[in-house]
Every structure is written in C-alpha cells, then in structure tokens.
Ligand binder design. Structure first.
Ligand SMILES: [Zn+2]
Length: 469
C-alpha cells in the first residue's frame, strides 16, 4: 500500500513553487498526485452510507488537526456528525465556504465487480460508492485546506471547510438543515462551492465545463380522485380509478410554458454560439420564438434533462389504488414529481394544474417540501468569474457555461440564506456518466479526472480568497 507523502517531502514539493499572482498560486501538481490519490481513496474506503458519516469526520479531523488546522464537530446524531474547519483571513472580504457531503447512497454488493468500499484501481478508474458522489469534492476541498495551510497563503477572507452529513436523504434534519438552523454563523459566507457542476470529456479532452448556479425545486403533489365504492361487477361512472387515470394522462402530457432565467439563457446561448453546426442550429431554434416549439420537442425526445431546464416539469411517478380485483375503490391517488423553476409561483402553478385536469373529482394536494425555494446564484460575481477563469486554465479549450440542475442539492439551503453558491464536479465522458453514474449500480471515477479537478478547486479558492497583492 502506498504511503502518504511524509510532511518533510510534502514541504520539499513546495519549494518548486514560483511566485505568481494569488489566482494562479502554483502547486507542484505532479508531486502532489500521490497524496491526492491517497486521501481520495481513504475517503472512498470509508463506508459512509447514511447513518455512519462520523467515520469520515473522524478521518478528516485527524488529517486536518494533524497539520495544525483546528476543527469543530456539530452532531445532532453522534453517528452523523458534521465537521467545520476555518482558515482565517484578514477579514477584508466575507468568507468562502467549501463544502461536500460525506454520506453515500447504499450499495447492492452483488452488482459490483469489485468491493464497493475498496477504492480499487482498475482500468484507469477508481471504483467505489461515492467515487463520484461526493468524495472527489470532499477530497479536493481537504487537499485545498491542507495546501493553504502548508503554503501559509495569506487570505483576504476566511476559507471555511464543511463536511456535512445526510445530503442524500436528510429525513431527520441532521445535515445541512441542522447546520443552517443551529450553527449558521459557523458556515455563513458570501460564496459557497460544492457538488452540482461537472465537465464533459469528448475525444480525450474536456469540451464543456458546467458551473452549477441554480437548481429546480422539488414541489411534489398528490392527485387524489374520489368516487363511490362499489362492486366490480357493476360499472360506475364515478369510479375513482377512471378519473385518476385521465388526470394522470393530462398532467403527464401537459406542455408547461417554457421560461428561461439568466443561467439557462446563458447556457443555451453559449451552446447556440459554439459546438458542431447541427447542434448549434438546434439551440438557435430554441431561442427563436418562431421555432422554439419544434426545438423543445427535439429536446423532449433526445435530451430530457435539457427539456426540463426549460420549464417547471411534471412527471407522474407513483400510483396507489385498489383493495381487490372485484372492488371499485372510493379513492385513488397518484404522486406527481413537480420540479419547479427557481422563480415559479407554485400556488398559481397548482391552480393551473387543476384547470388542466378539469375534473372536480380530482384534487391537487401539495406534499410537504423538503427544501426551501432558492434563487439562482448570480453569474456576474467575482466567484463566478474566478470559476470561469479557473476552468479555462485547467481545461484549455473547453466551453464554460452556467447550468441549472434539474435535481436538488444542499445548495438550496445555502442559496435560500443568501449565499451565492456554485456547483463543481470532476470531468467524465458521456458514456461513463451514463454507465457508472452517481447513485448507479456501480460508480467509478477516472483517475485522470481527479487531479485536474483538485487543481480547479484550488485555483478557484486561491483566486477568490487569497490576499490580492
Ligand atoms: Zn451528492
């Protein structure tokens, strides 16, 4: 087993530094690689499936404190602790928060060709649960803290490191909800950076870097149809199943209005201005009201996620009805996964949905929301510009664009508190992202994606937080 760089060696690695502007403060990345890999693999090897995140906190505490960075832990549930470490700046700017979640989703071991917590290295990949979600970000943030400390980088703002539990499912509120509610001053910042972005490799190089600036809001509803119960042998017009089925059909095919925000407009405009001509033409068509409908239909068929970026989406996901084959049920219900645009007026939207259903036997019942509505983060900030710059320098030639996630993340809680929050992620090919995705049966990350990603995070942090000379 490889050993970590001994501190003396790590410091020797730094002597090859040369003076640069803070934004490009150089690290000898080749010499740092073994340590990056080791830290990352250490983290992947920890089975931090929901309920055991403190394993990661213990590891991080040891590593950070071992290098003189004090830490604090905050635990509503002792097995699911959160850890905060802060490097102090001179206070001339408000803090930067770099965070990552420590929990991973569960595994079905029989689906894995290797130990899901072995961080096995095979075919150029590191395999393991969490290898994409979210341990690359956790490792990059950790290494960034260690290097800031070792290099004694003077800071204009505090850099706060947060390792949070329970991002994947915080049913008991032990993760970001707990931190925001009970310990917000510990993590309050002008800017935050965490998972929620990514980059795409095509033909061996990174072609596109997405900076996550916004996300949709899960705002689910139940459709509840009621009728008269009766015998299956005697048809009834008010059969709740018939009414529900019609309602599900209508909302499932409902073409909600397309509406762009700053992020999605910039995203589609960039795609329309660059890239292969055929693809560019499709995005141009999307931005032209005269041809938008056809372009939307193309995306609906071929790119569901981009289609979803255009609108509040409405997706039936569950049905519940019936007690026996010969019983007409008096009630039938469906769950509809609504993913709202950040600025959606939901009361109005649900009223609109009821009009689409147009059936007094079917009620639209909103379900409790698990995250707050969160405004999109701005794309004209020092932070966004630094990320754009860092992406261009680490991934030369790549198109860099803001993106809105159709999923939900802990950035929602931060944005809702006024923090401008941005998403990053390591690069992968389209096929690897499809075949070995976050939460997939098997998860893996190309080793070659790990190092530039850490460099990217480092470049952003130093550009935004290091003291300007
Ligand atoms: Zn995640």
């Amino acid at each position: 087993m490889k050993r970590l760089l001994a501190p003396a060696l790590a410091i020797a690695a730094l002597t090859s530094l040369h003076a640069q502007s803070p934004g490009e403060r150089a690290v000898d990345w080749n010499r740092l690689r073994p340590e990056i890999l080791e830290r990352y693999r250490d983290l992947v090897k920890l089975d931090t499936t929901a309920g055991s995140e403190t394993l990661a906190v213990d590891y991080l505490k040891k590593v950070l404190e071992g290098e003189g960075i004090p830490t604090r832990t905050f635990a509503l549930d002792p097995k699911r602790a959160n850890l905060v470490a802060r490097l102090k700046g001179n206070g001339s700017k408000r803090p930067l928060l770099i965070l990552a979640h420590t929990d991973v989703v569960g595994v079905q071991r029989e689906k894995w060709p290797v130990d899901p917590f072995g961080a096995v290295m095979k075919d150029g990949y590191i395999w393991g649960r969490g290898s994409k979600d979210d341990k690359p970000v956790l490792a990059a943030n950790l290494v960034t803290m260690l290097m800031l400390k070792r290099l004694n980088v003077p800071l204009d703002r505090d850099v706060i490191f947060l390792a949070e539990s329970a991002e994947e499912a915080d049913t008991t509120g032990v993760g970001i909800n707990f931190m925001v509610r009970e310990h917000f001053p510990e993590i309050d910042a002008e800017f935050a950076m965490t998972e929620g972005g990514g980059a795409t490799i095509e033909g061996g190089s990174v072609k596109q870097v997405n900076i996550g600036t916004a996300e949709k809001l899960p705002a689910r509803v139940r459709l509840v149809a009621t009728g008269t119960a009766g015998h299956g042998s005697a048809p009834r017009l008010d059969n709740s199943l018939i009414h529900l089925a019609a309602a599900v059909e209508k909302v499932g095919r409902w073409e909600t209005p397309m509406r762009l925000n700053d992020t999605t407009r910039a995203y589609f405009e960039k795609l329309a201005a660059a890239g292969p001509p055929e693809q560019a033409a499709r995005y141009k068509a999307l931005l032209n009201p005269a041809s938008a409908a056809g372009a939307q239909q193309y995306l609906r068929q071929h790119s569901p996620a981009e289609y979803s970026m255009l609108r509040t989406s409405v997706v039936p996901t569950m049905l519940k009805a019936g007690v026996g084959p010969n019983v007409i049920p008096s009630e039938a219900e469906a769950t509809i996964d609504v993913r709202a645009l950040p600025d959606e007026d939901l009361d109005r939207f649900f009223a609109e949905m009821a009009k689409v259903i147009a059936d007094p036997a079917v009620k639209v019942v909103p379900l409790p929301r698990i995250r707050p509505a969160s405004p999109a983060s701005r794309i004209d900030t020092e932070m966004y510009r630094a990320m754009e710059q860092a992406a261009k320098s680490v991934y030369p030639g790549a198109m860099v664009l803001p993106s809105m996630s159709t999923g939900a993340s802990d950035q929602a809680q931060l944005r809702a508190k006024g923090i401008q929050s941005y998403g990053v992620g390591p690069a992968s090919t389209e096929s690897d992202a499809t075949d070995y995705p976050a939460h997939g049966d098997v998860e893996r990350l190309a080793e070659s994606s790990l190092y530039p990603f850490v460099q990217y995070v480092w470049n952003v942090v130093t550009a935004v937080a290091a003291k300007k000379n």
